[in-house]
Design a protein around this ligand. Structure first.
Ligand SMILES: NC(=O)c1ccc[n+]([C@@H]2O[C@H](COP(=O)([O-])OP(=O)(O)OC[C@H]3O[C@@H](n4cnc5c(N)ncnc54)[C@H](OP(=O)(O)O)[C@@H]3O)[C@@H](O)[C@H]2O)c1
Length: 161
């Protein structure tokens, strides 16, 4: 099973200058809880932005280059990355924009954090078709412990591929 997980500002921004634009402790915890124990697949730029493999997860980095990255497996396409895992495994595509654009059409589940505030940035989440997805869970927060704006966690299951 292929899952996409992302945090998107209300104007579609997901990052700027290869970093995130907000720090929401609750969202970091949500991400860790959902992905720990499962493989994570990411683009080379997202890997560089993280700076290290995520612990307790098999990390796969997608690049057209022949890279060797300690603690990670390197694949040359999304397809090659996904082929490393069986169908019974939930594989998380964790960004960035280039990899999300390829993964959304083939994903089965979509974990979306909507940050209810606009952010200026150079990287946007690709357009996606809401009619293809069924919202199955939604939890909203007026603010975080250390974050002043509202945000919500949504989970979608694919209706139509
Ligand atoms: N808000 C969130 O939840 C979230 C999550 C993740 C990332 N982000 C943000 O997103 C930004 C990074 O996204 P991005 O779109 O610039 O980069 P990215 O998708 O992380 O990585 C792009 C790189 O992936 C490789 N790649 C892409 N398509 C490929 C293909 N078809 N075949 C082989 N390799 C391929 C290329 O690596 P090579 O150049 O090495 O060939 C490409 O330069 C950052 O600002 C980051 O903070 C936000």
């Amino acid at each position: 099973m292929i899952s996409v997980i992302v945090a998107v500002a209300e104007n579609g921004t997901i990052g700027d200058k290869n970093r995130l634009l907000w720090h929401i402790t609750e969202d970091m915890r949500h991400f860790r809880r959902i992905t720990t124990g499962h493989p994570v697949v990411m683009g080379r730029k997202t890997y560089e932005s993280l700076g290290r493999p995520l612990p307790n997860r098999r990390n796969v980095v997608i690049s057209r280059q022949d890279l060797v990255i300690e603690g990670c497996e390197v694949a040359h396409s999304l397809e090659e990355a996904l082929a490393l895992f069986g169908a019974d495994e939930e594989v998380f595509v964790i960004g960035g924009a280039q990899i999300y654009a390829e993964a959304m059409p083939v994903a089965d589940r979509f974990y979306l954090t909507v940050v209810e505030h606009p952010y200026e940035g150079d990287t946007q989440f690709p357009a996606w078709d809401p009619t293809a997805w069924q919202l199955v869970e939604c939890e909203r927060f007026e603010r975080g412990v250390e974050y002043p704006h509202p945000f919500r966690f949504e989970t979608y299951e694919r209706k139509i591929k």
